[in-house]
Ligand binder design. Sequence first.
Ligand code: HAS
Ligand code: CU
Length: 805
Amino acid sequence: MATHEAALLRHEHAVHAPAATGVWSWITTVDHKRIGILYGVTALTFFAVGGIEALIIRLQLARPNSTVVSAETFNALFTMHGTTMVFLAIMPFGSAFFNYMLPLMIGARDVAFPRLNALSYWIFLLGGLFINASFLVGAPPDGGWFGYTSLTLRQYSPGPNIDFWLLGLQILGASSVMAGVNFIATILNMRAPGLTLMRMPVFVWMSLVVQFLIVLAFPPITIGLVFLMFDRFFGTHFYDVAAGGNVLLWQHLFWIFGHPEVYILILPAFGIVSEVLPTFARKPLFGAPVVIYSGILIGFFGFGVWAHHMFAAGMGPVADAAFSIGTMLIAIPTGVKIFNWLATLWGGSIRPTVAFHYAAGLVALFTVGGLSGIMHSSPPVDLQQTDTYFVVAHFHYVLIGGSLFGLLAGAYYWWPKITGRFLDERLGRVQFWLLVAGFNLTFFPQHYLGAIGMPRRIYTYGPGRGWEFWNLMSTVGAFGIGLSVLLFLVNAARSLRHGALAPADPWDGRTLEWRTSSPPPVHNFDAIPPVYGRDTFWREKHGDSRGRKPTPLPPRPDPHGIHMPAPSFWPLVTALGIVITAAGALTHLAVVVLGAVVVLVGGWAFALEHHRNPAHVDQVGNLGVDHRKLAMWTFLGSECFFFGTMIATYLAYKGHDKVGPHPHEILNIPLTTISTFDLLMSSLLMVLALHAVQRGDRRQARMWLFGTAFFGLIFLGFQAWEFTAFVHEGLTLQQNLFGSTFFVLTGFHGGHVALGVAMLLTLGILDLRGKLAVQDAPRVEVVGLYWHFVDVVWIVIFTVVYLIP
Ligand code: HAS
Ligand code: CU
């Protein structure tokens, strides 16, 4: 143990080393605060891009028969506007606050996996640039942010436009899931002493719910995109009606993601409002536990209502009724929050700062959008409203009036903490009212336009339908929004130079981030402040409802001293590899191979570096488990949804083939039984390997680790053999639905086995180099968890595909 810690000290930055500066320090940073700033700046930049797209859309629609842009360009504009705003602006704007604030608010020094955190950021940035690079080659995505098939299939969208979109979204999804796993481990496991779950600030809670939504909702859309990719690149039939496919499959997969996504977009804002309103009303949040529970409920219900986006698709009365009721139920936990916020304001002594204005603005404007959502929840009403501007009005009220207002409240609230300077309150107030005016002028008339029949996604309209005036007003309002955003940028730039200096606790705050300097030091807190109730900091300053002040507990110094992780450029290299691979898919196979090599090298360096340089001396956190195990469990939850979606598709398509060969004609059950047995045995070897590492028996550890990998390779050999045999018998990816679903499902499983083998070999090599000691057992355990999981998935696949006739 002693040598292990000495190694740590050698490789990690001493805390009081001066913070590095310059571009290189930002490229290699693993500091959650810097990564948060990177997310924020990137989100603002993409927000400006999406905003310019919106203004061109509004210019085109300002007058009838306008020719500002062509119909094709218009399609690209609304597609890229929606995609950019959702994935590249609002979501990462939330990530900026997760990154910067969550560790501070729970009294941690960083996130659980700082390097993984950097990797998430670089993948996000490069993925966003990748999608936008489509403009440079004149092929921007143009199938809508929802990318409905069949329109997005190769026959109807032959160019690379949709390819940019579907590859870009997969890249962004990977980034989000990694970040989600990281934050779940951080929040659950790295809380300050005494910070029990129910004492966590509501922003932390809402962020936690969001991370679960991300980890569980991204797999279905990823599968949808994988199917689309295979249909477009390899001629499979997932969305091919002529081959027996179902055109609604895409809509289901997209909206199973899409609806939780809207709560991913709104819950961070709800969390921010729950911090800002109590602070500026000088009262505790009314019914804080209820606000937390209702956030969790929104997360749960959010998974059960997706088909309200499909009422017009003809799902039948039973499905319509079920999804309609589910959708209406969501109003209850949401309404609970609204009333709790109002009750918080009731009788408070309010300080109307700009942050407060934005929070209060959310309460009013989000409710308008929420209520129109409830109107769509009734199928007959929705049939009138769907695909009209009424829906456009709905989602801009919730997204701007809700998400953006909440995020701006957070920006004004936390700016002094992040920069050490205040934003100008006077300018902020002008900016606020301009946004309120511009926003309502833009979107309130769209309710009316939709109600009198103006469809969404049309590039122009003829005169004389009564649409001219309100469209013009809407465009005027949009420029008001643009001006307001510009004023925010001016305010930010001025503050960075001349803003008044902010103290540690400028707003008389209640949560832990206000206990450290503004901006905080690299290591966040000199000593982690203890917590003994909700709003501890506030009660220390002002006493409880009877004015009794608790005696502050002394902060507990870190038992091992403070160690911060060292910077690394491997995250950027790995992310580059991913994007090179995607670029290869659009150009040349050689580029794909190059990208894959870069990913492998980056990932490999990442793994070895991680071994030399663990971020935390003590990785066992509040839940009593190692961070890495917690993260792996979370990831496997995500994987369950991944494989679950694929297996469900296989079942849904079973027996729908128009041409043979059929499964029972060619599946070789005896052979697969043997390979299944082989994989099961490998799990046994994995158990032996772990025990050997835990005992410190290096010889045995090596034997069982390589043995497990070897059994995995045998399984892959069987699979390769089986695939070749099928191709000989006439079953290919392109042959029929069975071919498409079979090869993609078992192929992805095989890919997982291959990844597992790679991890096992890495462990084996570490062992050979004498770097797999007893205290590294959790690493082996984590790989073991993955390995067993992949085996269990195979049992399910074997049963479903081979055994059930
Ligand atoms: Fe939505 C479409 C229903 C919340 C975003 N939504 C969209 C789209 C987006 C979006 C982007 O049922 C368009 C996607 C596309 O491109 O096609 N939405 C709801 C409902 C809620 C809701 C019921 N949406 C959001 C949030 C979003 C968002 C949050 C992002 C941030 N939405 C729909 C439906 C569609 C839809 C259909 C499909 C339309 C179509 O045809 O395409 C709820 O979460 C809202 C709950 C909030 C409130 C306000 C506060 C509650 C109070 C309590 C009392 C009120 C009660 C209701 C009890 C309700 C104050 C009484 C009922 C009355 C009518 C008075
Ligand atoms: Cu929805």
